[in-house]
Structure formats: C-alpha cells, structure tokens
Design a protein. Structure first.
Length: 426
C-alpha cells in the first residue's frame, strides 16, 4: 500500500522493510504539533493498521530536536474559538478539537506493528507524548536530549496521554514530579527510570532503533495492553495524590487550576484501562482549556518570557518598559500592604499568605465571588492603568512578563493586561 502524502512528516520506505516516519515541519526551526501535523499523524496511524511493513521508526528531520510540543499560537486561536461559542457547546468543541492527537498516538501504538522512537534533542510536551506511544525508545547521551512534560508551567496539562503513560512507565512518584514540577529526564536517568530502553552516542540512535525493530525482541504491544494487564488500585497511589495536592495548594494557593487538574487526571485515570483513561484526561483538559488562567500563563510565561529573554540578550528592552515594571511593582507593594486580601490572590504572597483557596466550582476567577478582593483589585487596576501609557502591543507583552517575573503580579492573572481585562469585564 502506498503511504499517505504528508507535509509535516516524510515517509521513507527502506529496503529492510521498515518505514521511517520523519517529523520535519517545513519552515520551522523546531518541530511542533500544529493542527496539520496532528491530523497527518492520525492519517499515518490509520494507514499503518492496513500496511504490510515490519515496523516504524519515528525520528526527527531537525538537528534541533525531536519535537518541542504544541503550536501555542494555534492554541490561542483555539481558545478564542471555544470561549466565543455558546457555553453549552464549549466542552464538546474543546474535546473534539484537542482529542485527535491523543487518538492518533493510541492508534499508532495499537496498529499491530512495532514502533521505535529515536530521540536526539528535546522531546517535550506533545513530542514526549508521541515518544511514549512508541514500543521502544532510544535516546542519545548528550544533554540536549531530554524527555519532559512542562505543560503545567503554562497552565495546561499533557492532553495526549501524558498524564497516563508517564506514571504507568516510571511510577506514580516520579511521574508526578515530571507532571507537576517540570522535571526532565536525560540519558541514563531516563533509562534507570524505565522511560527509555537504550542510551547511545549521538548519531547512533537510528541504527540502534532499527536493530531492535529487526530483531526477534521487537513487539507491538505496550505494557498496559499486555494480556492480563490490570489498572492500578486507587489505594496504591491515593496517598501520593493527597500529598501532592496539599503541596500544590500551599504553593499556589489554589489559584492555578492546572496542577489540580493534572492530579485529577492521574487519580481518575490510573484506575481505568488506557482507552478510558485518555478520554478521562481529555475531559479534564476540555474543561481546563476554557478557563482564562491557561491563556494568561501562556502569554506571560511562554510567549512573554521568550520575548523578554531575547530582548534582554540583545540589551533591547525599552527604557519605557523597564520604568513601567519598576513603577508597577511599587504600586503593587503599596496596595498589598493596604489590602492584605491581595496576598491570598497571589500578589507578593510571601510567608504571610493566607490559607489556600480551594478549587473553584464556578467559572471565572476565584476573586469574582469575593467582594473584598474585587474592591482591592479595582483599586489596584485604577492606579496601574496609566502605567501602560503609550506602550505598543509588543511592549505590553514585555511589561506583563516583567511584572510576573518580579513576583508582583501572579502569572494566572496575566500581568497588568490581564488585570485590566478583569476590570473591563466586571
């Protein structure tokens, strides 16, 4: 059978009966999962179910790495599309829009053909999840090669099976460190943890993966799909979930929904077979993506950080932005001293922060149902509004990240721009 024609991947048929699926996004320095790439992966996985091949080697066509994760620009467009829809339709729209990557990886690992991943460089987020869908993983021993799931840092969760496969492979304890603390695993550490099967010198990863695919050790069944495989009993990991939940509430006072959502995914997923677990994961994701906090955190902690770090390296941060950051920090400090309720919203929380706010049961920010907090936010934003002055859009991104980076404004609120949006919506 002729493989499908793809643009984000190259399909190479080898003389030894193997196929190389080469991730190589055109026009990009690093592979990312765009909507196009996701649907092409699904198309390839469906073809693989019917194809007569010995096995598949998934590798990157980029020298920069395997895959850095999702296309966050497209993610922002999807967020706008979801929240613009009627409330009753948003869950279905979100689920149907984002589930195809999870479904594609599941179809890849159940196609009945052994799949190996050769990882030289970063495999983060969706890239890591794609690698976890392989039956055999080879990683190079240089420090550029790593596996990780950093979505929590930008207010999201791994929605393509990452919350399910990672703890199943490395154990719940280490899995939660990867999911919640942003821990990346390299080389021998990944091998010892059971995340990869071989560590080789750079340049040897393809031949090592091919050798396994052509050996009598090659197989096409994941550990969780083995005959007789059983989900974990809840009692086996309930204590770890409770311990991390307590720590996360103390760390971020309950304002960031992503860590709690990740814990829900792990808690309710590990007790199920994988097919149910990945759908439970996507159900949690579909609710999370509707919230404003992920959008704010992507803007301040990813896009804003990239722009700020680049400008800092180039020594090109505008003087007006630096002045605005200093002014905003001073304003926040005065308001926090006058209205300690702001500490419980994450403004300069320090050691004097109040008790954690529990997970919200209604849409919107927790403070929207707290009159004292709303009054304090309103007073703060009135004084912060003039700080933006005549700054352009690119400068506002720098300002928002700078105020978050300094600890003055919490990332989940989106810097000054996010605060002004709350006031506008109120």
């Amino acid at each position: 059978m002729t493989p499908p024609a793809l643009t984000q991947f190259c399909v190479e048929l080898k003389d030894n009966g193997l196929i190389h699926l080469v991730f190589d996004c055109p026009g990009k320095s690093m592979n990312v999962f765009s909507n196009k790439a996701i649907h092409e992966l699904g198309e390839f996985a469906e073809w693989l179910h019917r194809a007569d091949v010995k096995g598949v080697l998934v590798r990157s066509g980029k020298a920069t790495g395997f895959c850095a994760g999702a296309d966050l620009t497209e993610l922002g467009v999807a967020y706008d599309m979801i929240v613009a829809a009627p409330a009753a339709d948003r869950f279905d729209i979100a689920f149907n829009h984002f589930f195809p990557l999870s479904h594609a990886i599941r179809r890849l690992e159940t196609a009945g053909k052994p799949v190996a991943a050769a990882i030289a460089g970063v495999a983060l987020g969706g890239g890591c999840e794609l690698a976890l869908g392989a039956h055999y993983r080879v990683i190079t021993n240089n420090r550029r090669a790593m596996l990780g799931l950093p979505e929590c840092a930008v207010g999201l969760l791994p929605g393509a099976g990452g919350t399910q496969r990672m703890p199943r492979l490395v154990g719940v304890g280490l899995g939660l460190e990867v999911l919640l603390l942003g821990r990346n695993l390299y080389g021998d550490e990944a091998l010892e943890a059971g995340l990869v099967h071989a560590v080789v010198a750079e340049g040897e990863e393809v031949s090592a993966a091919e050798n396994w695919l052509l050996s009598d050790r090659a197989h096409a069944v994941q550990p969780w799909d083995q005959p007789g495989a059983q989900p974990l009993a809840h009692a086996a990991y309930a204590e770890a979930i409770a311990r991390h939940r307590t720590r996360e509430l103390a760390r971020m006072l309950g304002h960031e929904p992503a860590p709690l959502a990740i814990l829900d995914c792990v808690e309710f997923g590990l007790m199920q077979p994988v097919d149910g677990a990945i759908r439970a994961e996507m159900s949690v994701f579909a609710h999370l993506i509707q919230r404003p906090e992920p959008r704010n955190m992507i803007r301040t902690m990813f896009l804003g950080k990239q722009a700020y770090d680049k400008a800092a390296r180039d020594q090109s941060i505008p003087a007006a932005v630096e002045h605005a950051i200093r002014t905003a920090c001073a304003i926040v400090d005065r308001h926090v001293e006058a209205a300690p309720v702001l500490k419980n919203a994450g403004f300069r929380p320090g050691a004097e922060a109040l008790m954690p706010v529990q997970q919200r049961t209604v849409a919107g920010f927790w403070l929207e149902s707290n009159a004292r907090a709303l009054d304090a936010i309103a007073a703060l934003t009135r004084e912060l509004a003039p700080v933006t002055g005549s700054l352009g859009a690119a400068e506002l991104v720098l300002l928002d990240h700078g105020t978050v980076r300094s600890g003055a404004i919490p990332a989940y609120l989106g810097g000054i721009t996010g605060l002004l949006a709350i006031r506008t919506q109120a």
